[in-house]
Design a protein around this ligand. Structure first.
Ligand code: ZN
Length: 169
């Protein structure tokens, strides 16, 4: 399976609003497979379509085994994901494949319920807590042009952006 190039900040595509997928065609399924392959290759725990240059509302996530909840590793390929419930709060130390070498702590909901379609167009509901909940919030943000550094204080964000500018690509 093809591994795709990951789009890096400050590419403007990362700030675009993604569009709903109207029909889950073989091309969309292939894209989801390639996104998963790219995520595992990176390696990362989640990836959103704009990070591989597509403006469809598609995300993939696999946070591995969760020792806290006892949940086994599972690959999620979600089409048009929407958060329908959010509750609680936690501090989340995050990074992003599009922002190499940046790790910062942001506030997230500790539980979210996400409704989406799977790759066959079947509705699915993911009731997520902890790390998976954080991952889904992060990836769904990407579909709305939001990056995790947007949750930092103005000062912190300025420092992070300066660090990113200094990175040699
Ligand atoms: Zn990200």
């Amino acid at each position: 399976m093809a591994v795709l190039d990951i789009v890096l900040h400050p590419d403007p595509i990362l700030r675009e609003q993604c569009v709903e997928v109207k029909e889950i065609t073989p091309v969309i399924r292939q894209l989801l497979d390639a996104m998963a392959a790219t995520m595992y290759d990176a390696p990362g725990v989640g990836l959103a379509a704009p990070q591989v240059g597509s403006l469809h509302r598609l995300i993939v996530a696999d946070v591995g085994d969760d020792d806290e909840t006892g949940k086994k590793a599972q690959l999620y390929k979600l089409v048009n994901p929407v958060i329908t419930l959010k509750e609680g709060q936690l501090d989340s130390e995050e990074g992003c494949l599009s922002l190499p070498d940046i790790r910062e702590t942001v506030k997230r909901y500790s539980r979210v319920v996400v409704e989406a379609l799977d790759e066959n167009g079947k509705p699915i509901t993911v009731d997520a807590e902890g790390f998976l909940a954080v991952c889904l919030q992060h990836e769904i943000d990407h579909l709305n042009g939001v990056l995790f550094i947007d949750y930092l204080s103005k000062l912190k964000k300025t420092l992070v952006l300066a660090k990113l500018r200094k990175q040699i690509r």
